[in-house]
Design a protein around this ligand. Structure first.
Ligand code: NAD
Ligand code: WQD
Length: 345
């Protein structure tokens, strides 16, 4: 019998890539998603890659009863990988209560269901945003968590605290928080990828949409930072590398290899890239010349951050494999595939 894993937010960007990796490793996947930020067609993309359509339940995790019914319908779930959340930083400043209700409420409901249905393990999507601007770089897991810069960031910090408190109180529970740096790129097949709704807020989808002609020009936010070329530095990580870490984290708990019931790891490449370096990599692999201009800083941006990945490499046994060129090449292939799909409609 296959090991059954529940993936919340499984039709979303990182979730869909993780579902494909789980299927490749022989797990049975159940997806819960309310489709608030994804499309049901993603299931076709997943099936086209793996040959297998995962079980899908269109359920809102804020609805505890409906969530419990999924646990009842699929007994013996062994781990939950919890991606489902709202993730737009700026929107969270305008609608903080929606963010707390969704990101915290969903997590609490899930943990209650996990207790009731005796599901012991959770992998939680956290973020490097918990570090704010770290005092020293690269940033390790021992760096202090900084006061959150946004309600969104706060939901990740509170989420980690909820997990820690729940595990202290209920020894049967285990959890691993994965602190993602900047996930980019798409599956090599270009059958799944990132689907931003409206104008993208993140750098890489904005680059690919500009190159394909959906946007006129990329604004590079700030060129007077104290960095190699004046633009901000981030640790971009390929979404497929990131997806694979979730399988390793789930297996670590299933095989009881963890050193503690609650653990957290950085997921990055360990290398920082400036905005201009990202643009250069994109231009090189795509052969396109990008229309961009240097503009004012974006309020709230961290100047520079990249991960120390030693702990993830040595303790979790995970290492990123793909470089920035591959991230840009797959992001570009995905954008082109999307255009072809729209043209075919
Ligand atoms: P995404 O929006 O593509 O996927 C999230 C999915 O969750 C969507 O399909 C959405 O419909 C679903 N969802 C949201 N609320 C729900 C609810 N109440 N019930 C059921 N489904 C719900 O986002 P993503 O980029 O794949 O991010 C996944 C996780 O990783 C999120 O928790 C996000 O905060 C975290 N994260 C993302 C990034 C990033 O840059 N993409 C960085 C760090 C952390
Ligand atoms: C990257 C760099 C921008 C757009 C956000 C969240 C964070 C995390 C990841 C979830 C920055 C610059 C961007 C543009 C630009 N999400 N940029 N022009 O800011 O690192 O993090 O997503 O946890 O919480 O805050 O990612 O992709 O928005 O920006 O110059 O049009 O690109 O200033 O330096 P960021 P990003």
């Amino acid at each position: 019998m296959k090991t059954r894993i529940l993936v919340t937010g499984g039709t979303g960007y990182i979730g869909s890539h993780t579902v494909v990796e789980l299927q490749a490793q022989g797990f049975e996947v159940i997806i819960i998603d309310n489709l608030s930020n994804s499309d049901k067609n993603v299931l076709d993309g997943i099936a086209a890659i793996s040959g297998e359509k995962p079980a899908f339940e269109q359920v809102d995790l804020r609805d505890e009863k409906a969530t419990a019914e999924v646990f009842q319908k699929y007994p013996n779930i062994e781990a939950v990988i919890h991606f489902a959340a709202y993730k737009a930083v700026g929107e969270s400043v305008e609608k903080p209560l929606d963010y707390y209700e969704n990101n915290i409420g969903s997590l609490v409901n899930l943990l209650k269901c996990m207790r009731t249905y005796e599901v012991p393990n959770m992998v939680f999507s956290s973020s490097c945003t918990v570090y704010g601007q770290p005092e020293s770089l690269p940033v390790t897991e021992n760096a202090p968590v900084q006061p959150a810069a946004s309600p969104y960031g706060n939901t990740k910090q509170i989420g980690e605290e909820i997990l820690q408190d729940a595990i202290n109180a209920y020894p049967e529970l285990n959890a691993i928080s994965l602190r993602y740096f900047n996930p980019v790129g798409a599956h090599d097949s270009a059958l799944i990828g990132e689907l931003p709704k409206g104008v993208p807020l993140n750098l890489v989808p904005f680059i690919t949409q500009t190159a394909i002609g959906i946007r006129e020009k990329l604004n590079v936010y700030g060129s007077d930072y104290n960095t190699v070329d004046g633009t901000c530095i981030r640790d971009y990580i390929h979404v497929v590398d990131l997806a694979k870490a979730h399988i390793i984290a789930a297996e670590r708990m299933l095989q009881k290899k963890g050193k503690a019931a609650y653990e957290f790891f950085n997921l990055g490449t360990g290398t920082g890239s400036s905005v201009l370096q990202v643009i250069q990599a994109f231009e090189k692999v795509s052969g396109e010349s990008l229309n961009y201009q240097l503009t004012d800083r974006r309020p709230g941006d961290v100047e520079q951050i990249w991960a120390d990945t030693t702990f993830a490499n040595e303790e979790l046994g995970w290492k990123s494999e793909r470089d920035l060129d591959n991230m840009m090449a797959t992001a570009w292939k995905w954008e082109q595939a999307l255009k072809e799909r729209v043209a075919a409609i």
